[in-house]
Design a protein. Sequence first.
Length: 478
Amino acid sequence: MNKFPENFLFGGAIAANQCEGAYREGGKGLSVADFLTGGTVSSRKPGFQLKLDENKYYPRHRSIDFYHRYKEDIALFAEMGFRCLRASIAWSRIYPNGDDEQPNEEGLQFYDDLLDEMIRNHMEPVITISHFEMPAALVDKYNGWANREMINVFKRYVHTLFERYGDRVKYWIVFNEINAAVNDVKGTHEYAIHTGIHFRPEDDRYQLVYQACHHQFVAIAETVKMGHEMMDGAMIGGMVAFIPTYARTCDPDDVMKTFTANRKKGVFFLDVMSRGEYPYYFETYLKKYGIQLERTEEDLKLMKQYPIDYVAFSYYMSLTESAHPENYPTTDGNVFSGLKNPYLQYSRFGWSVDPVGLRYSLNWLYDRYQKPLFIVENGYGDYDTFENGMIQDDDRIQYLNDHLKETAKAIEDGVDLIGYCEWGPIDLVSAGTGDMEKRYGFIYVDLDNQGNGTLKRTKKKSFDWYKEVIATNGGSLK
Ligand code: BG6
């Protein structure tokens, strides 16, 4: 049947640092994302240098100029019939240095206008509080999330957002893909993008990163508490990049290795945020590696009392794992890499295409946490080229069609799903590579990897396709 519930939130997802540009306008301070160059820095080997080099190109500085063109872009989303739009707030527009005494009114006004525009166009705003960027000054001053003081700094920022936008925003997501933080230990640079830590050679990176995660978990609980106290009916979500990893074979050693890998990559983060406590296997892990976390009784009580209201996740692909990885080919992936799956096709960027994995994930997550779920990212990154004046993005249509069909099946299975946001409904800068030419949009933006282009927006074939999917509530899926 492929039919979705009447009130199902179909829409799209974008992130401030990947689309807004205007990195020095409206009183904005520098964020860690402003230091990312194109092509070389990968989110899977995250890092940056805290210094701008005038000879380098920084794709996020102008990006697709959503800051000045959001009305035009939202009008296009509205034409597709979007019922929601997931966008993030750039922390450094609100608090340029992160811990300023007063928020920046011009930044607050920008998001006032953006939210009003969404609402005028009948879109439910879904707001990410921190999407892969934090004010760069916090790295220098506090060593990022390694410092406990960050909880207070973040609370002030969140309080400002709830006070100002709480009348219009019901769905909040605290940190984008919080589990990406584990990749910070592998960074090839001194500075880690997700936790904002400046590593010194003598540092135990695991110790610092897990301490940073603890501070983020407490910050999430504080956010849930504040959200419930300050707004009626607010839903505060925790989010991970969910990448189901299957055993490469049914060899029990492969199965066991896979089980552990899944915990470490994503399940651990969801266990803590959803159940409000650290799982037993994490305590064992800390002992085994001699990691000593500073956690107070109050922290643990707060976390237990204020778990997240819903589970938000991105889903792009799946991986496989083995006890003998050397025997198998590897593959790249969203946030994490792993082993290839011989049963799946791969995109031109080497990510597996696994629609059934989405139905599996939805059932798995609902079974484990029994909280409403929200697919806040799913999409297909590809090189798009014009043929006879049009982009025929049939591979993207196929990918989305198949993933939405499996989503409909999961709803039929009984999963409580709030909505579905396609990632990057308009082409934007890639988080992983800083490239512009890895495109996800229904709307093409004339801009290349070097920053050349007019920024003109053009509808792709998938534009009308998605419009039809929404108009028919999934009835048009094939
Ligand atoms: C998710 C992020 O990991 O994947 C987005 O939340 C990102 O910010 C998206 O853009 C797609 O990844 P990439 O690397 O292709 O941009």
